[in-house]
Design a protein around this ligand. Structure first.
Ligand SMILES: *Cc1c(COP(=O)(O)O)cnc(C)c1O
Length: 380
């Protein structure tokens, strides 16, 4: 699904030297590389504060701790996402409220959010799923109307942008009160191990979070709040510094692959290709980064999706089913209050979605091989 080795080859010299330099410096924890990376990511994103941490799951948990969410508070999040999002809500004793998604964007359905808001709701966690920005204008409006926090799970969307109704363009992760990301190796900006970060433009929240990631310490050996130990290693930071200048180029390479895939499938009525707003009025085709294609995910209709997956695997084409089971049906997250009729879209998507290989190193020959194989199956 990804070709990390091919990508590494292009940046090997810089990466190897940087990693060796960190080892020579022995500044393994909270070293200068971590601070430099933090500054460079703040500049890139146009966000005031980046707080690096150990992984994207911690980032979500720490964001919720920083906002002061308390047991019993309800947090609304999509039914169709990776489990990390709902996991930390439950772990903190908050009450997850899963809602359905939109069938076209795969992102949280804003009408479902409106129906789910109660007097106990304290936050919404939209996920920019597969790299496409959620409907942030409406989400922020709902949040403002009900005095809710918005935590953007940007683990799949880094480098992507969102254009608001008023025409302002912002990078995802910097639109809500706080944003989070993951530097897991296969993410669009991945390190060579685990890593993550929290983003916010709020000075007080940033101050609070900087203490939380460091055992609740604001003054050395004074523990004001219960915190965690969640750090980005210097070695990972230096690798991220080598990759960050290429992030736009990486995301462009992904978009080009997506464009070729979608073009190849354009005549297939049983294949729904991912939506991209590149040619809508809000975005211009040349510099559209509304979608950064963490995954290129098709919906297949009137076809046996699992047989297609097997067909691809038989021809040595990897593919992924993200995600095969709705979160509300997972044993850990079941809740008597849920009605199956509230999850019509997710229940259908889990039987229809299939993600094709997506990375920065795919060439035309591979793309043709993959698309031909899909079309052969569909038209046989
Ligand atoms: C990858 C991912 C996470 C978790 O990131 P880790 O670094 O693996 O902890 C959270 N949310 C989403 C949507 C993800 O894709």
């Amino acid at each position: 699904m990804v070709d990390l080795k091919g990508q590494y080859r292009h940046i090997k010299e810089r990466v190897d030297k940087s990693v060796l330099d960190v080892i020579e410096s022995t500044a393994f924890i909270n070293g200068p590389e971590v601070h430099q990376f933090q500054k460079e990511l703040e500049d890139y994103l146009g966000i005031k504060h980046v707080i690096p941490c150990a992984n994207g799951t911690d980032a979500l948990q720490i964001a919720m701790m920083g906002l002061g969410l308390k047991p019993g508070d309800e947090v609304i999040t999509p039914d169709f996402t990776f489990a990390a999002t709902v996991e930390v809500i439950a772990l903190l004793g908050l009450t997850p409220v899963l809602v359905d998604v939109d069938p076209v964007t795969f992102n949280i359905d804003v009408d479902a959010i409106k129906r789910a808001v109660t007097s106990k709701t304290k936050a919404i966690v939209p996920v920019h799923l597969f790299g496409l920005a959620a409907n942030m204008d409406e989400i922020m409006e709902i949040a403002t109307a009900h005095n809710l926090f918005v935590i953007e799970d940007n683990a799949q969307g880094i480098g992507g942008a969102y254009v608001s109704k008023d025409g302002t363009k912002k990078k995802t992760g910097g639109i809500g009160h706080v944003g989070t990301t993951s530097f897991f190796p296969s993410k669009n900006l991945g390190c060579y191990g685990d890593g993550g970060a929290i983003f916010t433009n709020d000075d007080d929240l940033a101050y609070s979070i900087r203490g939380i990631v460091n055992h609740g310490m604001y003054v050395r050996y004074h523990h004001d709040v219960v915190g965690v130990n969640s750090r980005l290693d210097s070695i990972q930071a230096t690798i991220l510094r080598a990759k960050l200048p290429h992030l736009d180029e990486y995301n462009n390479a992904r978009r080009n692959v997506a464009r070729k895939y979608s073009l190849a499938f354009s005549g297939e009525e049983n294949i729904i290709t991912p939506i991209c707003f590149c040619d809508s009025e809000k975005y211009s085709f040349e510099n559209c980064n509304c979608h950064v294609y963490h995954q290129y995910t098709l919906r297949v209709l009137n076809l046996d999706r699992d047989a297609l997956a097997k067909h691809l695997n038989d021809q040595d084409i990897p593919c992924g089913i993200y995600y095969p089971i709705p979160l509300h049906l997972q044993k850990a997250y079941r809740d008597d209050r849920y009605l199956e009729s509230d999850f019509k879209v997710t229940n259908q998507l889990v039987t229809q979605v299939i993600s094709l290989p997506m990375h920065t190193e795919l060439d035309d020959e591979q793309i043709d091989y993959i698309t031909n194989s899909v079309i052969n199956f569909v038209t046989r």
